[in-house]
Design a protein around this ligand. Sequence first.
Ligand code: GTP
Ligand code: MG
Length: 354
Amino acid sequence: MKLMKMGTMATINQEISFEIGSLVASEYGFELVEGSTNDEEELEAIDALIDKEEDKEEDLVKRPPVVTVMGHVDHGKTSLLDAIRKTNVTSSEAGGITQHIGASEVMVNGEKVVFLDTPGHEAFTSMRARGAQVTDMAILVVAADDGIMPQTIEAINHAKAANVPLIVAINKIDKPGANQDRVKQELADQGLLVEDWGGDVICVPVSALKREGIDTLLEMVLLVAEMEELKANPNKRAVGTVIEAQLDKGRGPVATVLVQGGTLRVGDPIVAGVASGKVRAMINSKGKRVKVAEPSTAVEILGLSEVPQGGDQVVAVPSDKAARLVAEKRQQMAREEMLKSNQRMSLDDFFSQM
Ligand code: GTP
Ligand code: MG
């Protein structure tokens, strides 16, 4: 009302200038002090979020590849991951007892490879929509008895859009109706020419069920990783991405985070999307508590104020206060966004009724 009396037609969630704000405040006997955005620590915190400095070449060290398994329904993604881990995840998933972390690590010839267990498309779609790139390569599973199906094409397009290398695993070669040549033909129709047909797409025939071809597939993963020259700087504040998160009855908000740069430590103040907190505990993919997580490590973290979203960026910040301030600022921005879109909606409704 005061604003309107002063001739400023503003709505409740509109930004006004500092001058006008001061005038209104003085009407109520308050003096407005400019400077909340000059708060040293806040600036430092927000600064810390922007990974401005390119890592120097000499700080970069080799890091393990992060791999996503994609493909059509029932073509054997879970079975393949299962065979890779040589454990039976499917049965424990059904039992629902084992605490599930959305990633697993396997050692191949002494080298670590990280597999994201999140449904492959999710790792691309929801995360990519939010600007997060978590995977270095994709394994495309195609059942030899079924061939290229709609979700196979979708997966190919995701990998292309994300510009990550693709390895094709022709699965279920043990089945009577298996036809590898037909799969290769259908891949060619999609613009993927496999190596033995003169192209450059790596293609490995496997049977997840009989555990055949798994070693060759893993060797190819290492080969592609070698070519990609994957590197990260472990000696800085950690940056990473939320793979998945949920509210756990006993433990509070739990987030599975892929550390992509720097090193995350227990005790680090962090921000994850609009959530903040201090890393209270970290649990690795084998269910063991760990104190540090280096680049290309997936860990479950406890200690966040609320549940972040998959795809949210995670950053370690200099202080608890910084973490809180940044999260608060983000929450405020999210609220303003929501108000704005609600307002737009109601205005649209209003005009549509005229
Ligand atoms: P969704 O998660 O539902 O998309 O399926 P998925 O791609 O994870 O497939 P899943 O691993 O659940 O396998 C589907 C079915 O195919 C199961 O009955 C598996 O036992 C079977 N299967 C998987 N791999 C093989 C294989 O190499 N050979 C044979 N014969 N069957 C397989
Ligand atoms: Mg599955």
